[in-house]
Design a protein around this ligand. Structure first.
Ligand code: MRU
Length: 342
């Protein structure tokens, strides 16, 4: 499928689609060192939980490639340096578990084989696995959409946030590819407009029937009977099934409960965090006030939490790459994602 690539890796070169400029300008940033990768994640040139993890894996490869080539001859020093870089990179954004998950994977691989080649292989495996994960989410989730449905999505959990099919969008891409006709409602997703700038762009480029709405219009569309289901992505699902995702997700889940509309979450196994019991334990990133103020707001105090926590009891089901978890979610997630996990 012809979807935009958020992360490109070829011949040892890491390139990230600069999502801050989309859709007006389509341009790739080359990441040449650790600081460049940290900044790209922190300033959201690359964003979306799986894409952040993939970019972080490759950034560690670039960072280690920039070290003294003799370091490989000293395994303990190689590991110590990698560990230092990994710690720093993981601090770029706190909420999506994929970032710490990916750097941990790279470090674990290096412990078994402390070479540049081994960590490069691992970064590529993480990337390849994500493609397969997105496809599996699409295969499981596609039957939730029926011809003629109105599907509402929030933020961007698409190709730009992961690879190829995205997560929340994978069922949409696969059904669209099969010729099914349905309408996708995309909310703007204040303050950074990932819905308006990114999701609306990538889905309309793919030829889907897309309608953009402001965040505060969802209830009205639901009351009008236009929304048959909601599918969102997630930055982290905790052990009990709470869903941490872009600010505004909780609003939609509450509206869905009121209007009796199914509320689905697409969760790759890389975003499941069984080590954290409840959503309220997750650090929620608070971003700069300027994102909310823009140019026209009065200069007052601002709150800008980038994510919220939707309690498990408001979630109809979680679409994972290993099947659909139905309530009770904690048990279903454990069965699907922890048993037989690789
Ligand atoms: O702040 P962002 O744009 O990185 O937030 C992205 C989201 O909240 C996505 O829904 C989530 O990361 C899932 S992406 C498959």
């Amino acid at each position: 499928m012809n979807t935009p690539s958020a992360v490109r890796w070829h011949d040892g070169k890491l390139e990230l689609l600069d999502q801050r400029k989309l859709p007006a300008v389509v341009t790739y940033l080359e990441i040449k060192d650790l600081r460049g990768g940290w900044e790209a994640i922190n300033t959201m040139a690359v964003r979306g939980a799986p894409a952040i993890g993939i970019a972080a894996g490759y950034t560690l490869v670039v960072a280690m490639a920039g070290e003294d080539p003799n370091l490989e001859a000293e395994p303990q020093q190689f590991l110590a340096r990698l560990d230092q870089h990994a710690h720093y990179l993981a601090s770029a954004r706190p909420t999506a578990v994929n970032l710490s998950w990916a750097v941990r994977r790279i470090c674990e691989r290096a412990k078994r084989s402390p070479t540049l080649r081994a960590i490069r292989d691992e970064a590529q495996i993480i990337h390849e696995e994500d493609r397969a994960i997105c496809r599996a989410i699409g295969d499981y989730g596609r039957r939730l959409i029926e011809p003629g449905n109105g599907v509402l999505t929030h933020c961007n959990a698409g190709a730009l946030a992961a690879s190829e099919l995205g997560t929340a969008t994978a069922p949409m891409y696969l059904n669209h590819q099969q010729g099914m006709s349905f309408r996708v409602y995309v909310d703007e997703t204040r303050p950074l407009l990932q819905g308006a700038r990114l999701t609306a762009w990538e889905l309309s480029e793919a030829g889907m029937d897309v309608t953009l709405i402001c965040d505060n219009m969802a209830a009205t569309l639901m009351a009008e009977g236009k929304i048959d289901l909601v599918i969102v992505g997630t930055d982290r699902v905790t052990r009990n099934g709470d869903v941490v995702n872009k600010i505004g997700t909780l609003n939609l889940a509450i509206l869905c409960a009121h209007y009796d509309i199914p509320f689905y979450v697409a969760c790759p196994s890389s975003s499941y965090d069984p080590e954290t019991e409840f959503g309220h334990e997750v650090v929620i990133e608070e971003r700069d006030p300027s994102e909310v103020l823009g140019e026209n707001a009065a200069r007052v105090a601002v709150r800008n939490p980038a994510f919220d926590v939707t309690p498990a009891n408001l979630v109809t089901a979680i679409i994972t790459d290993r099947g659909i978890a139905q309530p009770p979610l904690a048990a279903a997630l454990e069965r699907l994602l922890m048993e037989n996990s690789t």
